[in-house]
Design a protein around this ligand. Structure first.
Ligand SMILES: C[S@@+](CC[C@H](N)C(=O)[O-])C[C@H]1O[C@@H](n2cnc3c(N)ncnc32)[C@H](O)[C@@H]1O
Length: 214
């Protein structure tokens, strides 16, 4: 399997790459899977690191990414970083594609935002669930769009063995929580069953507060 494959997550990589700040130093791709996006980030950042808690995904990512000098892959749970491998305030760019629904939204987004250096950017692409009739109608419009894109790209391909989860939060819940936790973020709902959130950490005071009890 080469790096030239298409699926609904890969389709929104341009949204993520478009959010990378100029002269990006450190980029962190959370839940990197087979590392395709991390390798793309390595072309735009001095150093790109992919983290995933799946040993199998990290093995695949290292196998496919060994050629690039400024890319590294770490097997770890980014929420449970007892070893301090991902220091808060270190990263100019943090991405998470199809990952946030694997964990508690508030805990994940809060931690991602804290990893950013002032002026750094967070780009999330995620999935949500259809809870209303309107949700189902909008999602239905994605069916022909997905078929056309799959035809254009020679089919939809997912990395083998990639851990997947169902999305429980609704589109509306994600939008509301994103705006509460990341004031000033840009939330967009996309046709191929994904949303994107882009947020810039302007100053220390705008970083989200920790969840209650933290
Ligand atoms: C659906 S896959 C998406 C992978 C990749 N971002 C992509 O777009 O192909 C979600 C990934 O997130 C990883 N993941 C879930 N929770 C994680 C956590 N707390 N820390 C690190 N990785 C996590 C899973 O192991 C899985 O590889």
């Amino acid at each position: 399997m080469s790096d030239d494959y298409w699926n609904h997550n890969v389709h929104y990589h341009p949204v993520v790459l478009g959010a990378v700040p100029d002269a990006c130093g450190e980029a962190l791709d959370i839940g990197c899977g087979d590392g395709l996006l991390t390798r793309k980030l390595a072309g735009r950042a001095r150093q790109a690191t992919g983290v995933d808690r799946s040993a199998e995904m990290i093995r695949l990512a290292r196998e496919r990414g060994a050629h690039a000098g400024n890319v590294a892959f770490v097997e770890a749970d980014f929420l449970d970083d007892a070893q301090g491998r991902f220091p808060e305030g270190k990263y100019d760019f943090v991405s998470a594609v199809a990952v946030v629904h694997h964990m508690d939204f508030e805990a994940a987004v809060t931690r991602m935002a804290r990893l950013l250096a002032p002026g750094g950017r967070l780009a999330i692409v995620g999935l949500a669930g259809n809870h209303t009739a309107l949700d189902w109608i909008i999602s239905g419009a994605g069916v022909p769009a997905s078929r056309i894109q799959a035809l254009r790209h020679g089919g939809k391909v997912d990395p083998p063995g990639m851990p997947v989860e169902d999305a429980r939060m609704s589109w509306d819940q994600v939008r509301r929580e994103a705006r509460r936790l990341l004031p000033g973020c840009r939330f967009r709902r996309h046709l191929l069953w994904r949303y994107s959130i882009v947020w810039e950490r302007r100053e220390a005071a705008s970083a989200p507060r920790p969840p209650a009890g933290d």
